[in-house]
Design a binder for this molecule. Structure first.
Ligand code: ATP
Ligand code: MG
Length: 555
């Protein structure tokens, strides 16, 4: 298949195709503009794949630009984490990392230009007065008493704002547009406010900071962005974007296009809410494997390619919707089904003693690392008289649907022999603590000679050789599909989003490396957590083998 055939198509790419065809642009230039006030999440991945994907497919450029006009909420740690996540997803930004703050001097000069043209004024109304005069969606606003201050006086006041002669909240620089506009953002929006905050890039150079709407369009124009892609909530603001660009002396004419945000079931994608989860310790940090952040998904065991594939499948439209978590899970499951080596791990161990197996004997059995891919090789697994199996794989009595071990019946041990449960031992509470079995030594790699049918296959680990490991089983962080719609989203946190198991895993896993993905046969896909050490393995379940976590009789 030609490479171009696998390219996504969407309304934004159609616009770009037309702009290239008509000659409006010869090179496509996009940007990804995160605010460094939190970690990137799966919604940002959608925007990253769109912006960087377009640059790749059209041989254009995509800038990484930190939109850093709120110094109080921003942090250099976020700046670093964001760069790491974009790179990890496999994208390269064009040239150096950019910051809106790189343009603070130019932005200031453009503000002066607007004032000089009589298109901006310094307003000393109180925040409350500004709010009241703004009107509402039903009622037009009213002009501020400062709206007709002479240009010279505005220039002098703005200079004083810059020089730190006013208090925070004492005044604002506002654009002079239209207080009766049906679009609230056009009712003399703020362009600059006073803020005595230390900035992670510009230090204490500035005590006035430009507003997003003023900054974004000018930064786009300075960088020669052709298509400025943002989410739908900025649709109205496009008017302001165009107003600023057309009223200042700048050559480029970037255009803004809006697409719908990603919303994902059973999680939240608002940075404010994600910050709350971290700060109030509802999760163990930004990279908690239950978080919808890129760092969380990576730690959970998602690959960059599975996230990129997810973004491709959800597409880009103008329609708001809530995407099913199963779509994200399917992307990583399909990939790991192909790529993850298999291993055996028992998450809820119960002891099995094979009484007719010699006490001191240890056999080295052989297992393929992947059922359909010989190139992934094989490994040795030790077998001995005492093994562990999954507690839920044994029942004293069961009907025919239960194709695992039942008292008095046979089952096959994966990659090993057929065993039969002969008797059991229970503790005082009635829990099975040991299953005594016999084995049929003729059944290694073949069916019983007399034609007995043994349907079930279960996994196991040799008791003397297995290694202890902590296994983290994750479920959705929230127990409702749309927690953001609740009055108190925290009330819908799922108390069972993390279940920790003390498991026993096969000895070959000693050599697993941090971040490596494996399929634990019948139990799902797992990834070795970064907190692991040689004598304390920790695995995170990335995703189950099927859409529900339940362990069925299949294997
Ligand atoms: P906040 O939640 O604080 O309003 P934000 O989610 O808009 O912030 P930014 O850092 O400003 O976060 O986002 C950077 C870019 O990623 C923007 O272009 C934004 O539109 C896009 N983006 C953010 N969230 C989503 C989402 N859920 N789906 C698609 N794109 C998103
Ligand atoms: Mg934003």
């Amino acid at each position: 298949m030609a490479e171009t055939d696998s390219r996504p198509t969407n309304f934004i790419r159609q616009i770009i195709d037309n702009d290239l065809k008509s000659g409006l642009h010869t090179v496509v230039q996009t940007r990804f503009p995160p605010e460094p006030n939190g970690y990137l999440h799966i919604g940002h991945a959608k925007s990253i794949c769109l912006n960087f994907g377009i640059a790749q497919d059209y041989a254009g450029y995509c800038n990484l630009r930190f939109d850093d006009t709120n110094p109080e909420k921003e942090d250099i740690d976020y700046v670093n984490a964001i760069q790491q996540d974009v790179s990890w997803l496999g994208f390269n930004w064009h040239g150096k990392v950019r910051y809106s703050s790189d343009y603070f001097s130019q932005l200031h000069a453009y503000a002066v230009e607007l004032i000089s043209k009589g298109l901006a004024y310094v307003d000393f109304s109180t925040p409350e007065e500004v709010r009241q005069l703004r009107g509402s969606l039903k009622a037009p606003g009213q002009n501020s008493p400062y709206r007709d201050t002479p240009i010279e006086e505005n220039l002098a006041c703005f200079e004083k704002m810059k020089n730190g002669e006013y208090q925070e909240g004492q005044c604002l620089l506002r654009a002079k547009i239209d207080m009766s506009s049906p679009f609230m953002c056009m009712r003399d929006p703020a362009l600059y406010r006073v803020k005595y905050a230390h900035h992670h890039q510009t230090g204490d150079t500035w005590c006035i900071y430009p507003m997003y709407d003023f900054t974004h369009c000018i930064s786009d124009a300075i960088e020669g962005i052709t298509h400025s892609l943002c989410t739908l909530e900025f649709q109205d603001n496009r008017r302001l974007y165009d107003w600023v660009i057309s009223n200042i002396t700048i050559e480029a004419t970037p255009h803004q296009y809006e697409f719908s945000r990603l919303n994902l079931e059973y999680t939240v994608l608002s940075k404010r809410k994600l910050i709350q989860l971290v700060e109030e310790s509802h999760v163990a940090g930004w990279d908690d494997p239950r978080m919808p952040t890129i760092a969380g998904l990576r730690r959970r065991g998602f690959s960059a390619s599975s996230i990129v594939e997810f973004c491709k499948r959800i597409g880009v439209t103008k329609m708001d919707n809530l995407v099913e978590m199963s779509m994200l899970n399917a992307c990583i499951r399909e990939e790991l089904n192909e790529s993850a080596p298999r291993a055996m791990a028992v998450l809820d161990p119960v002891k099995v003693v094979i009484e007719n197996y010699p006490t001191d004997k240890v056999e080295t059995l052989f297992a393929h690392n992947h059922p359909n891919d010989e190139s992934m090789g094989s490994r040795d697994i030790p077998f001995s008289r005492e093994i562990f199996i999954e507690a839920e794989d044994f029942r004293e009595e069961a009907n025919k649907k239960f194709k695992r071990l039942v008292l008095g019946k046979e089952v096959r041990l994966r990659n090993a022999y057929v065993i039969k449960a002969e008797r059991i031992e229970k503790d005082v509470d009635g829990n099975v603590i040991c299953i005594y079995c016999s084995f049929d030594e003729q059944t290694l790699g073949k069916d019983p000679a007399d034609g007995r049918k043994v349907k079930g296959v279960i996994h196991w680990v040799s008791a003397a050789h297995g290694i202890k490991a902590q296994v983290n089983l994750y479920d959705n962080l929230f127990s409702v599909a749309n927690p953001a719609a609740e009055d108190n989203f925290l009330a819908t946190l799922n108390p069972e989003s993390l279940i920790v198991k003390q498991a026993v895993v096969e000895p070959s896993l000693k050599s697993a490396h941090i971040g490596q993905s494996l399929q634990f046969e019948r139990m799902g896909y797992f990834s070795l957590d970064k907190s692991s050490s040689a004598d304390n393995l920790v695995f995170n379940r990335t995703v189950g083998l099927r859409d529900s976590w339940t362990n069925t009789d299949q294997n």
